[in-house]
Design a protein around this ligand. Structure first.
Ligand code: ATP
Ligand code: MG
Length: 174
């Protein structure tokens, strides 16, 4: 899967609508401290279905919404759009939006879907929200210090079989 474009609005420090083109190959994000590099990576993980506020450095999920500054009022919603091309050539537009007091809503190619549908879409493509394809700050140290079971999960995600486990757990709980 190739991520082609990322659009953010009201997500963390990206208060104004912002759009980034992602070229094929390895992408690095550089800039001064506090300019929003980690926020960008978190926006990608968030639109892919990340549901742990802690791993987004937030107390609660609504904390991803622009909180306001002395000069600017806070926003009522955050929205991230990820355009991707799957390995089979299909175009994918994934949207996640959160409104204060209303939780998250997801769309894939204009259709309302569940969080689980989004997670599965990416888990099957080996690019899940916890995918080793996204290397965030501290991640390398984490891989080195991981317990064997945690390291196995990382390898399974890299191998693209994480989606199978999600489906198995789902089937077992029915
Ligand atoms: P470093 O080089 O130190 O790792 P960075 O480029 O990764 O920095 P980020 O951590 O992405 O920077 O961005 C931090 C900035 O984002 C801080 O100024 C913080 O106040 C701002 N920020 C985070 N969440 C919100 C929010 N909900 N509303 C407004 N600003 C936010
Ligand atoms: Mg950072």
């Amino acid at each position: 899967m190739h991520f082609r474009r990322l659009k953010l609005s009201g997500f963390k420090s990206f208060v104004e609508p912002s759009e980034l083109r992602i070229e094929p190959g390895l992408t690095g994000v550089v800039g001064p401290n506090g300019c929003g590099k980690s926020n960008l990576l978190e926006a990608i993980r968030w639109v892919m279905g990340e549901n742990s506020p802690k791993s987004l450095r937030s107390g609660g999920m609504e904390d991803v919404i622009f909180a306001g500054t002395a000069q600017r009022p806070q926003r009522d919603f955050a929205e991230v759009v990820l355009d991707a091309t799957t390995d089979s050539g299909d175009e994918l537009e994934v949207v996640r939006r959160i409104e204060r007091g209303a939780g998250s809503a997801y769309r894939i190619n204009g259709r309302d879907v569940r969080a689980k549908d989004v997670s599965l879409t990416f888990a099957d493509a080996a690019t899940g929200a916890h995918s080793p394809a996204l290397v965030s700050q501290g991640k390398i140290a984490q891989v080195i210090a991981a317990k064997p079971t945690e390291r196995r999960m990382m390898l399974e995600e890299a191998a693209g079989i994480a989606g199978l486990h999600v489906r198995r757990r789902d089937a077992e709980s029915k």
